[in-house]
Design a binder for this molecule. Structure first.
Ligand code: ZN
Length: 70
């Protein structure tokens, strides 16, 4: 028996991070065209950096407010 097939759905995070080999990258893009699940996942993953930036901005706002109210 061969090892279980590589689960292509799990490549979505690596794809979003841009760490796939060229061959895997192309294979995943082909998969992405026909996989709604991965399209949704990819969109959610690509929103994460924006969320982190928003949180960081809010925190530095709070810090400067603290300083001025003193
Ligand atoms: Zn998929």
């Amino acid at each position: 028996m061969s090892a279980p097939a590589h689960n292509v759905h799990e490549d979505v995070a690596a794809y979003a991070l841009g760490v796939l080999d060229e061959e895997e990258h192309q294979a995943f893009e082909q998969h992405l065209l026909s996989c709604e699940k991965c399209q949704v996942e990819l969109r959610e993953l690509s929103e994460v950096p924006d969320l982190l930036d928003a949180l960081r901005e809010r925190r530095s706002d709070a810090l400067s407010e603290d300083r001025t109210s003193h």
